[in-house]
Structure formats: C-alpha cells, structure tokens
Design a protein around this ligand. Structure first.
Ligand code: DX5
Ligand code: ZN
Length: 219
C-alpha cells in the first residue's frame, strides 16, 4: 500500500494546527517533518518545540527528515519531542553507522537519504541497517522546487536492489511531487510519497483525497 507523507514545511506556521486539522478524516497515516539547520542546507525551519507542540493533537506517524549536520547529537531530543522515524543525510554524518544505530537504539525507525548529486550506490551498503531509503528529487532546503527527472534512475536502482535482495526497506520520494506527476514515481515502485506545496498551498483535504485516489490505481 502506498502512503502519503504531507510535508508541513509548506503549512502556514501561524495556523499550523488549523492546517493539520484539515488533514484529518482522509485516512492519512503520517506527516513529514523537515528540520533544517542553515548549515547542511541554506535554510532554517524548526525543531523540537514545534514537534512536541503538535504531538498530542495529531495521531500520525511522525516522519522526521533531518537536514542538519551531525544529527547524532540530537537523536534523543527528537525521540522525546515525538518523532517516530528519523531520516538522516549520508553527507551529514561523520560516523553514519553509529548514527543509524543511535536512531534504532532510541526506539525509532531508521531512514537514510542523500543529496541528488551524491552517488546513490554509496548508500547501498547501509540497506541492512535501515527501514527507509529516501530519494531526494530536489536539492534539499526548500519546498516548491521542480522535480529533477534524473533522480528517477536512483529510484529504479534502489527498487531493483531491494527486490533482488528481498529486503524490507521502503522507498520514499521527496521533492517536486504533485498529483500531476506522482504516477511517474509510483510506476518506479515508490512506497511513500512526500508532498508539501502541492498539499498545503492548495485545498489541503481535497489534495490528500486526490493523492489517495491515485494510489488506489496501484493496489
Ligand atoms: C525539501 C524538503 C521537502 C519539501 C518538499 O528540502 O525535504 O520535504 O518540503 O516540498 P515540495 O513537495 O513542495 O517539493
Ligand atoms: Zn523532506
């Protein structure tokens, strides 16, 4: 079953819970939480306080995408704030193995990703240590960018690797996804779809329902 992970980066932070309330009653299971430190990426978003403030009112799986340097420093803080899964960047970790283990030991699911320009094959040796591989289909840092067509080759590579090795790793795509192009990544075997501006800058409920209708074609 394909899952949608709406990125709250494009929500209205002056009315964040109001926007989240509009996501209710659509069969949604998770939300995507983008944390940026202004160093790993040229943008700063939000962190623990916002996550813990929305934790109690939203019974979703908190899919947390850390675009920060040395995320190992903050794993326990994100756990405390309410994250259910942490996805870290290959380029951001000096000791990636220890970082993945720290996420696992804290009792969360483990995700791994890389910038589009990083060789995707470098990540394959960690697939036995992760629950999720995230394919970035834009350069991390901002919502509302254009989908990079060349990242489809990475999705294709990872889908084949997961299937050929009988792994349980799920594949997620993040960046530039819209109801108008999502079928192109579903055709490549993506399990989870992140979408930010195409949901929160539009009619939130109707966009989520449209994504779910499209996903049904792939059941
Ligand atoms: C980009 C973030 C994305 C972003 C996606 O660095 O990781 O999650 O919110 O936004 P859209 O769907 O607008 O490209
Ligand atoms: Zn993201």
């Amino acid at each position: 079953m394909v899952r949608l992970s709406p990125s709250i980066l494009s929500a209205n932070f002056a009315n964040l819970q109001g926007d989240l309330d509009q996501t209710k009653g659509c069969g949604l299971k998770m939300i995507h939480i983008d944390v940026m430190d202004g160093i790993f990426v040229p943008n700063i978003s939000f962190a623990f306080k916002v996550i813990s403030d929305i934790r109690d009112k939203n019974d979703y799986f908190f899919d947390t995408h850390l675009m920060i340097e040395e995320p190992i420093r903050y794993i326990d803080e994100f756990k405390k704030a309410g994250s259910d899964r942490i996805t870290v960047h290959y380029e951001a970790c000096k000791d990636l193995k220890a970082t993945l283990k720290a996420i696992r030991d804290a009792g969360m699911e483990v995700g791994l990703t890389a910038k589009p320009e990083t060789d995707p094959k470098l990540l394959l040796k960690y697939f036995d240590q992760i629950d999720l591989i995230l394919v970035m289909s834009v350069r991390p840092g901002f919502g509302g960018q254009k989908f990079m067509e060349e990242t489809k080759a990475t999705m294709d590579l990872y889908r084949k690797y997961i299937d050929e090795n009988n792994l349980k790793v799920k594949m997620q795509v993040d960046g530039g996804i819209k109801t108008t192009n999502v079928r192109e990544v579903l055709d490549l075997g993506v399990d989870e779809v992140v979408s930010g501006s195409d949901i929160f800058a539009k009619d939130i409920k109707s966009q989520i329902l449209t994504y779910h209708e499209i996903f049904k074609e792939y059941e």
